[in-house]
Design a protein around this ligand. Sequence first.
Ligand SMILES: [Zn+2]
Length: 607
Amino acid sequence: MSPNGVVKSRIRQVGLTGMLLLTVLGARLYDLQVLQGKDYLKRANQNTIVVEPRPATRGRILDCHGEIMVSNAPQFELVVTPSELRERKEVIKELSKLLDETEAELDKKIFQAAPHAPLVLRRDLTQDTLVRATEIAEQRKGVGVRAGAIRRFKYGKMASHLFGYVGEINAVELRTRRNSGYALGDGIGKVGLEKQYDALLRGKKGADQVHIDVLGRTVSQFELRPSTPGPDLYLHLDAKLQQVAEKALGETLAELEKANGERSGGTVVVMDVNTGAVRALASLPQYDPRPFARGIKSKEYQALLDDPGFPLVNRMIHSAFSPGSTFKLITATAALQKNLCTTHSYFVCGGSFGPANCFVRSGHGGISWEDAMAHSCDVVFYKLGFEMGIDHLRKWCALYGLGTPTGIDLPAETGGLLPSPEWKQKEWDDRWYDGDTINMSIGQGFLLVSPLQMAVVTAAVANGGEVVRPTLAKKAIAKNGAVLLEPEPHREKLPAKPEFLASVRRGMRGAVIHGTAVATNLPQVAVAGKTGTVENSPSIHNKHGRNHVWFVSFAPYEKPEVTVVVFLEKSHGYGGGLAAPIARKCYEYLYPEGWDQEKKEEVKSPA
Ligand SMILES: [Zn+2]
C-alpha cells in the first residue's frame, strides 16, 4: 500500500470511530503523511536499481609478425542525452565554443540522435576541454562526461583504408542488428576491417547492477556478468612492407602533383599468388582515422569530401578503370585456348589494324608471340580479339573473375564492369560493333576493372591457373587462446592449359628483360610483368584527359610467390616509367640481395 493509500484508509477509520479520536489520529496522520511519507519516498529512491550493459574491450588488429597496429586507449568523452536537455539553446552555444563546431551543426547532430541515449559529441578530450566540459556537465542537465576507450593507430594514417574506423551506431544499422546485442550509443565499425569484422572485434557485453539516487547519481555499481573482450585480429599484412609501398607510392604522387599541377591518387597491392594473402595494400591519398575516432568535426569531414584527391576512396577496391594493356594477359589466354595462335606463332605489325593503330605507329614489323606480349604490340591483340569475338573474350574475362567482386574481406568492393552486347543495347541504345571487341582486346573501351581484380588475374597466370580470393585476415585469437577465425585459402580452377599460361609468363618475363618493364629487372630476383597505359578523353575529374598507368607483375619468375600490382590515376606518362619503379621498391624489400642464400641457411639450421 502506498503512503497515500494508508492515509486514505486512516481517514475512513476516523469517520467510523468518531470525532473523539481525532486529535490522536491527527498526530498519527501527520506522522504517516509527512514524516513517514518522506521516508518511504527516500527509501524508494534509494532503491532504484538498474542493470546496465558493461562494454567489452574491442579486439586489437596486428600484422603478420604480431606487431600491434590498432589498439585501445582510455579516454574521456563528452555526451549529451537529448531528452534530458534543458536550456537547449544555451547548452548548444556553450558546447559550440568548446568543441569548435557551429551551433547549427551541433543542433543538427542532437536533433538527429536517439532522444534517450547518450550521444557522444567528442571523444578523447584534451586536458583543457575536459576541465571545461566537466564544468558544463555540472551546471547543465543532459550534458555529461564519461570514461571510455578510443582506437589508437600506431602508424597514424598508414593503411587507414584497410582499418577503417568506429563510430556511433545509427538507426539504420541498429534496425538490422538489435537482435545481435547492439544497442543505442554503441560504437560500430563504419568502414574497412572495423566494419567487416565488427561482430567479432566488439566482443560480448557484460552487465552491471547500478544503484542510482534521486538525482540520477550512481551510488554503487557491481559486476553481474563480466564482458568478453574482442579477439586479437592478426592480418597477413606486413607493416614494414606496407610502409615501403606507401612511401614509394607517396613519393611518386608528390612528384606527379608537382609536374601536373593537379592532385591525383594511386594504389599498390602485394599479394601471395598461391593463397591470396594480402601482404600490403596501399591507396593514396588516404585519410587520418584519428579525427573519426574522436568524433570528426563537420568542417573536417567536408574538407575530406572536397579534396580533389578523393582521400575517402580506396582505389584498390572502390574504383574501376580500363585495364589498358595489362588486359592482354586475358586476351592472350583466350586466343591460345581457341587455337587462334600457338605459342610459336609469328605475326606482322604494320602499325595498324583497320582504323585502329598500334601504339608504335610505324609498326613492330615481324614479331613472335612472346615478343608481342613483351613489347605490347596492339595490332597482334586487335587481330586476335576480332577473330575470337566478344562472347569468347567475355567468357575468359568472367573465368578470370572480372565483372564480380574478388571477395576480399573488406566492405563495399566493386565488381567493375564486364560489358556485353545486351548491356550496350540497354545502356547506350546501340548495338555492339567489332570495333568494341577490338578496343576491349587491348583493355580500352567499356570494360572496367578494379586494381585488385587485376592482381587476381596476374596471380592466376603466375600460379598456373588458380583464381584466388584476396584475404587480409589471417586469424582471430580470443584472450583464452581459442582460434575464432582462420580463413582457408579459396581458389577456383581456371580451365586454361598450363603450357599456355607458361607462355604468357614468358612474355611477361620478356617485358622485364628487354621490353616495356625493364625498370623491374633486378639482379637478385627474376620479376615478370606487364605495363599498361590508358588513354583518356578530358572529363570533369580529368580536365586534361591525362593517362592512367598500370603495372602488373609477379616474382620469382621460376617459382612465383607474390604479385605486385600498381595503378596511378591520371598520372600522364607510361606504366613502365612510373608504375614499375614503385613495384621495384616492393620487390627490393621482399627479396633483398642474398635473400635466396638466407633461405638456404634457414633450411640448414632449423631453430
Ligand atoms: Zn605493333
